[in-house]
Design a protein around this ligand. Structure first.
Ligand code: KG4
Ligand code: ZN
Length: 356
């Protein structure tokens, strides 16, 4: 494959990911060590626990990726690493590791924005997957993750115009919080999707925060409504308000999970389609952990298709955090001439772009 071979490292949150990506597209290896089981007992991520787990797993993850790709150091053109946004301690592990590798093997280093990685996951091709066209510009991208929810317009590579973003919680955060309220454990997103799929009653309607004509999002009101609706359902079933072990029936849990998911998906899809039509987009990109949600993917694909707009969405394993997406974005930055020095530092609140 033409273009640089990039070794990419992702450690911004709770997944240790290392990948080898050719030409910003072709995955040669992509290994992810997930900390989900580690954080499940606390119902969320404890930053120091996450940082120590990266420290524990980063070398074995590199070894596995290296073996899977079957390449040599001579083949590697650059090392890309996530520099933010994310948890400082977690980012520092990946950045320091990338610097050591770059130093020892005398390779150029490129710092990558994690959110840009989620966007560029749309360009990735799996090993052996037939070539397919790249997302067409101009495009509108919806990125929905545990920490971020925003809509951007891209008229060319590496340039973004922010159309809207969440004014409070991220979509993934809302899934995780409501998952906890329903007693579904951590992370809430996949658990709510699974519970909702079994809903036979679909009568409960959760509110939607439209915020007028704005492309911004708000999920905190939905979370408050969910708390009230869940408390009422518990009272209906005669459950004590303060005993988390007394769980709602499976039927009620499924109905509420379904109602909540419908509200989130409805708002995300409606605003994305409206933004794409208004900006004359030729394609739509969807990314971030919440893009692993089957209902969101199917609903957005249907709405986009009916308007003649192709939707490009990575397979679910490339929507959640991974190294390959950092390799895809890192290759573009590398080819644009960007180089990071050894002073590269973690930027926990790094924005993708400011509103323009
Ligand atoms: O992008 P990501 O892996 O990490 C961040 O950068 O935040 O996103 C993680 C988020 C979590 O909030 C998780 O609950 C959510 O993505 N998520 C889902 C699904 N899979 C993961 N949300 C809804 N449905 C899913 N299937
Ligand atoms: Zn992410």
């Amino acid at each position: 494959m033409n273009g640089p071979l990039v070794l990419a490292i992702e450690s911004s949150c709770d997944e240790t990911g290392i990948a080898l990506v050719g030409g910003g597209r072709r995955i040669q290896a992509n290994v992810v060590a997930s900390q989900v089981a580690l954080h499940a007992p606390t119902g969320g991520i404890v930053p120091e626990v996450a940082a120590r787990a990266h420290l524990r797993w980063i070398v074995p993850v590199l070894d596995e990726a290296w073996e899977a790709a079957g390449v040599h150091w001579d083949d590697v053109d650059a090392i890309a690493v996530t520099r933010g946004p994310g948890l400082a301690g977690s980012l520092l592990v990946g950045i320091n590791f990338a610097k050591a590798l770059a130093y020892v093997h005398e390779k150029p280093l490129v710092g990558v924005n994690h959110l840009e990685g989620h966007l560029y996951a749309a360009w990735l091709l799996d090993p052996g997957e037939p070539d397919k066209p790249e997302p067409a510009f101009p495009l509108v991208a919806l990125i929905v993750s545990g920490g971020h929810t925003f809509l951007v317009e891209m008229r060319d590579h590496l340039t973004y115009r922010l159309l809207g973003e969440t004014v409070d919680d991220a979509a993934g955060e809302a899934f995780d919080k409501v998952g906890r309220l329903l007693g579904l454990g951590y992370p809430g997103g996949p658990a709510i999707m699974a519970a909702a799929a079994g809903a036979t009653r679909r009568d409960v309607v959760f509110p939607r925060a439209w915020l007028g004509d704005s492309y911004d999002f708000s999920f905190s009101g939905l979370k408050t409504a969910a708390r009230r609706i869940i408390a009422a359902a518990r009272a209906d079933e005669g459950l004590p308000a303060d005993d988390p072990d007394a769980r709602l029936s499976a039927a009620a849990t499924a109905e509420l999970a379904h109602g909540f998911q419908e509200s989130v998906v409805d708002v995300l899809v409606t605003k994305t389609i409206r933004a794409a039509v208004a900006s004359g987009a030729r394609s739509i990109v969807l990314g971030g952990g919440v893009a692993a949600n089957r209902v969101l993917r199917e609903r957005l694909a249907g709405e986009a298709e009916s308007r003649g707009l192709p939707l490009v969405v990575p397979r679910p394993g490339l929507c959640t955090d991974n190294g390959a997406m950092i390799g895809a974005a890192g290759a573009r930055r590398f080819e644009a001439g960007e180089r990071a020095g050894y002073e590269l530092d973690a930027r926990p609140s790094l924005p993708l772009t400011t509103r323009g």
